[in-house]
Every structure is written in C-alpha cells, then in structure tokens.
Design a protein around this ligand. Structure first.
Ligand SMILES: Cc1ncc(COP(=O)(O)O)c(C=O)c1O
Length: 329
C-alpha cells in the first residue's frame, strides 16, 4: 500500500522531491562537479549525499568525525574534508578514505600528524570570529605542517559572517574582502585548494577553487529571504492536537525544530510561540483536530539533526525514506 503523509507519526521531516531536485540542478548548473564540495552538516544523510555524488559532486565537506566516518562507510570517501579543528585525529587516521583536515595551530597540526592523517588545509580567519589563523600566520603553519610530514593541499576560509547579509551587493563586497585575506594566505601556503563559501555566496565567491555549500539542497526560511535560486524543500509535518477559540496547537515544538534563527512559519497562519512539544499558532481558517500542517523551519541544519529520517514526498505521497545517519559526533 502506498504510504502518504497521513500515515506518518508526527513530528516528521518532509522533503519535497521536486523542490529538492530543482535545488540540486540549480546549483550544479553554476558549480558543476568538483567546483562544489557539498557540506553534509546541513543534511546529515548519506543517501542524500549519494544523490549529490551522482551529479558529479564527489568531494564532500564534513563538520564532525561521525560525518567523516559515516561518509567513508557509505563508500563516499573519495575526497573528504573535515572543515573543522580536532585535537584527537586518531579516528580520522583509521578511516578508509581520503581525508583532509583543517588546521589552524601548532596543536592541531601535531594532532593531525599523531592521528595518522596525511593531508591538511590551513584554516584562515577571513572575518568570522570562529576558527582559523590570521592570514599572516598561514605560511609559518604550512611550513610547520610540512615539517611534520603532512601534505598541505592549500587553504580554507569560511566567510560565514557574510551569509545572512540581505543585500546582494553588500554580500559580494564582503565576500571580496574576505577572499582577499584568503588569497593572501594562499600565496604564503601554496597548494591547489582554496576552499570557501556557502549557500549565501555560492555564485558570488568567484575566488575560491571550490565552494562548501550545504543548505542549498533543503534551504530554510532565513536563506529563502535572500532571493537565491533555491526553494524551501524541507518542512516539519505536525498534527493539530488541540484547537481553542483564537489559536491552535500542533505537535512540533522546540524538540523538533531549531529556534536559533527564530520561530518557524506555517503558511496561512501566524506562529505565536513554540514550547517543548508544541507550536501554538493562529490560522486564517480554523483547523480541526487531526489536521496535518507543514511547519517551515527557520534554520535547516540543527532542525535536521533532531530527526532520524527524511521522508521524500511528492504531494502527499511518501516516495522514499532516507535515514539521517550522520548524526552525533
Ligand atoms: C565551514 C563551513 N563551510 C561552509 C558552510 C556553508 O553552509 P551553508 O550551505 O549552510 O551556507 C558552513 C556552514 O555553517 C561551514 O561551517
């Protein structure tokens, strides 16, 4: 029997297949093959990553050791980048895959060498106060890594502070200024790779050799505000469990939705607030208990990480189920 969304226990993640495929095609048209190194942190699914690989994006970006291990065991380990610093790289050394790790200090270089990782990128701070060395320090760190026996493939520098800028011109200029820093570091470091970028700068960052976008496949409400050629493909399916005069309550709350970018949205309704297991909203037309509503998350990455499966849907028909198998650390 065909499964529909009415058969699903809620809350459940839904992926609209047509929108998802549109997003993949729109990205591949601009960044074909290895010009895109999809970040798996937003989607956390090897089945979804396999679809990206089928389109030619065979090198991936990861944020956690578990993502690297999961991608390698799924046979997607042709070229994995851990775009994050680790002080114990021994799990990376044991993985049967090509693994490159970001380093930004003597300690992380020593950890990579000790852990048996062969290749590194020097991670450069291009304006986001997070990881990354100062551009001027990149050359000395590359020398140190080479002395430790590591292959230095190049540099990475994530311009994450640029992504939320609403104005495209402002985003372009901020990307340019970030990439000036990264290219200055690259001159000191050498190597073939200049890895940077994300969904908000995928077509503006013309300086990097590869772009690390991940959210573009499913998108979210915050990114949808930027007018990018991608569509919101992810919703959280919820069931209306209580209706009062003036408001209704559905069963997807803080434990099913990430709230760091604000309240989720429901079409035709105003979301009042979320509590642990509930979203309280006022709808234009009064729902009935048992109705299903699709809740649009404000931030896709941490929403996906709260769930065990992605249900691929065409309209109300569930056509496939992909495990969210890259969770944990
Ligand atoms: C290192 C790194 N690269 C790239 C990205 C881009 O991701 P997105 O597609 O969400 O913009 C992120 C997101 O946080 C990141 O941390």
């Amino acid at each position: 029997m065909t499964q529909t969304i009415h058969d699903l226990q809620t809350p459940a993640l839904l992926v609209d297949v047509a929108r998802f495929e549109h997003n993949l095609a729109a990205m591949a048209a601009v960044l074909p093959g290895r010009r895109l190194r999809p970040h798996v942190k937003a989607t956390k699914s090897t089945a979804l990553a396999r679809r990206q690989a089928e389109l030619g994006h065979v090198a991936f970006t990861c944020a956690t050791l578990a993502e690297i291990e999961g991608m390698a065991s799924a046979g997607l380990g042709e070229d994995l980048l851990l775009a994050n610093e680790v002080l114990d790289a021994s799990r990376l050394g044991r993985v049967d895959a090509r693994v490159t790790v970001a380093v930004d200090s003597e300690e992380t270089i020593a950890a990579a060498a000790r852990g048996g990782v062969a290749e590194v990128l020097i991670d450069v701070n291009v304006g986001l106060p997070r990881c990354g060395c100062a551009p001027e320090a990149a050359g000395a760190l590359a020398d140190r890594a080479r002395r430790a026996g590591l292959e230095v493939r190049g540099v990475m520098g994530y311009e994450g502070h640029v992504m939320p800028m609403q104005d495209r011109g402002e985003r372009r200029e901020a990307t340019r200024s970030s990439m000036e820093k990264l290219l200055a570091a690259h001159e000191r470091v050498g190597g073939e790779v200049v890895s940077a970028g994300g969904t908000g700068t995928f077509d503006l960052n013309t300086w990097a050799s590869e772009i690390q976008a991940g959210s573009y496949c499913l998108l979210d409400r915050e990114y949808a505000k930027l007018g990018l050629p991608f569509q919101e493909a992810l919703t959280v399916l919820a069931t209306v469990i209580s209706v009062s005069p003036g408001w209704s309550v559905a069963d997807a709350g803080l434990k099913a939705l990430a709230m760091d970018h604000g309240n989720p949205s429901i079409d035709g309704a105003t979301v009042w607030f979320c509590s642990d297991e509930h979203v309280t909203f006022a709808a234009q037309s009064r729902p009935r208990v048992g109705d299903r509503v699709r809740v649009r998350p404000a931030h896709v990455d941490p929403t996906v990480a709260r769930h065990g499966a992605l249900h691929l849907v065409e309209g109300e028909r569930v056509v496939d189920v992909w495990p969210v198998d890259l969770r944990g650390w």
